[in-house]
Design a protein around this ligand. Structure first.
Ligand code: AMO
Length: 433
């Protein structure tokens, strides 16, 4: 029977578990052929798995002929299970190599991929994205996604320790929360519906029953901007807390960023491509008005009331993490609480240089106040009755924020393009793979 038709033995070890002290042990490893070389009567395979790689050697006279033949005909990326005996080899990773006894070929690759999946850089991102699952095997991307995993683990641990309840809210919704322009509309049976831009109203409602909630889930933004910082489908880390205000939430965001950065630092990866920035003892907090003054002093033409544009922030040489709070009320969504001056609002952004990572605010927590804000923005309050009616039955004062996971990863790993901080990016031009 050909080697590939017999049932494959189970993996006994990951390659990272193999060490010089194990010489003489019989092991079974499984993974992808990273490289295949032949020198006369000896064939070498480098087999990579989730945790590392190992050298497999098939020498004529030492190894069964059928196994050696099978090994020597393999192209990179083929999937194999290999059984053999470990022996010391100073030149092999971890000082041992596997002397081949049998090989099971699960998937034989014949094609050469359009880019070198082992390369550190590939010029055209679209070439990579067309074959994303293969692209994701590259070491630099493995490091970014392992960092993502470590960060999410630490963030969930933070929420558990702080007594937050993880929730999931509907992504098929009937009304906009963040302004109508960036909504994806869809058919929902016989009606029009939308993909949620944010869990905003639901997470606010849930403070009535659970006090402290968080959600890590997709948000959808129909933003036709082709920039390295916008996605049409992003992951948002949302939190909402009863009896809290914007300053409490800034403290939480700071703790979350710190926890994520420390988790990433201890899983820095193998390619040396990840650079975790320094996070100051206390992330600076400036008011919007102070920020405008600072930008103008640096020569920017920013006027009070306008957004803080990335070009102006860059020109003024602003870098690192910092909060900007007490933004002008006018452009803020209806649920953001006004400050007593009536001009500004209890809202903040966490910035990293010119990149917005998070925004949050204290919320309007009384029905009349919320209806007044909606009317002032020309919104149809009747369409929000499903939300407004909950305010009649004990809405606590509350505050919260949304943190863009991909943007946080860009900042914490030094990844310049948001597309490489998500598995399968969605943007104006891309709906596949
Ligand atoms: P906002 O619209 O500022 O606030 O979004 C919160 C955070 O989500 C991320 N983000 C994006 N990331 C990638 N691509 C996009 N197109 C995109 N849009 C937003 C950003 C941003 O800071 N409901 C409020 C949050 C709240 O107050 O709780 C909201 O959605 O990192």
């Amino acid at each position: 029977m050909p080697a590939s038709e017999a049932a494959a033995p189970r993996r006994t070890h990951y390659t990272a578990d193999l060490g010089a002290g194990m010489a003489g042990e019989r092991v079974t490893i499984a993974g992808w052929v990273l490289a295949a070389r032949r020198h006369g009567a000896i064939s070498f395979l480098t087999v990579r798995d989730k945790r590392g790689s190992a050298q497999v050697v098939a020498k004529s006279g030492e190894c069964p002929d059928d196994a050696r033949e099978a090994a020597s005909s393999l192209k990179p990326h083929s999937v194999v299970t290999v059984t053999g005996t470990l022996r010391a080899s100073p030149r092999a990773p971890a000082g041992v190599e596997v002397a081949l006894e049998s090989i099971h070929v699960h998937s034989r690759v014949e094609k050469t991929p359009p880019f070198d999946p082992m390369a550190r850089t590939v010029k055209n991102i679209d070439t990579r994205l067309e074959l994303r699952a293969v692209d994701l095997r590259r070491g630099v991307l493995q490091d970014i996604f392992n960092a993502r995993n470590a960060a999410l683990g630490a963030i969930r641990a933070y929420f558990a320790q702080e007594d937050f309840v993880e929730v999931n809210t509907p992504k098929l919704i009937s009304t906009a929360t963040e302004g109508g322009a960036s909504l994806f509309s869809i058919f929902y049976y016989h009606r029009r519906a939308f993909l949620a831009q944010s869990p905003q109203l639901y997470k606010e409602q849930l403070t009535m029953s659970f006090e402290k909630v968080f959600e890590i889930a997709p948000i959808f933004r129909a933003e036709a901007s082709r920039t390295p910082r916008h996605l049409s489908e992003a992951i948002s880390i949302d939190l909402e807390e009863a009896f809290a205000d914007q300053h409490d939430i800034m403290d939480r965001v700071e703790a979350i960023v710190r926890a994520a950065a420390s988790a990433i630092s201890s899983h820095a990866g193998t390619e040396g491509a990840i650079s975790v920035p320094d996070i100051p003892q206390k992330i600076p907090r400036r008011t919007y008005t102070e920020m405008v003054d600072e930008l103008r002093a640096a020569g920017a033409r920013t006027r009070w009331g306008e957004d803080l544009y990335p070009t102006e922030l860059r020109k003024a040489g602003i870098s690192g993490f910092y909060f900007v709070h007490d933004w002008p009320l006018g452009p803020k969504p209806f649920y953001v609480k006004a400050s007593p001056d009536g001009k500004t609002s209890e809202s903040f952004d966490l910035m990293f240089g010119d990149l917005e990572i998070s925004s949050g605010s204290s919320r309007v927590s009384d029905r009349a106040g919320l209806e007044a804000r909606m009317s002032a923005k020309g919104m149809d309050t009747a369409a929000f009755d499903y939300h407004l009616r909950t305010f009649d039955y004990g809405m606590p004062p509350h505050a919260g924020c949304g943190i863009g996971l991909e943007r946080l990863l860009m900042a914490l790993t030094g990844t310049p393009d948001i597309k490489d901080a998500t598995f399968y990016p969605r943007d104006v031009d891309r709906l596949t793979p």
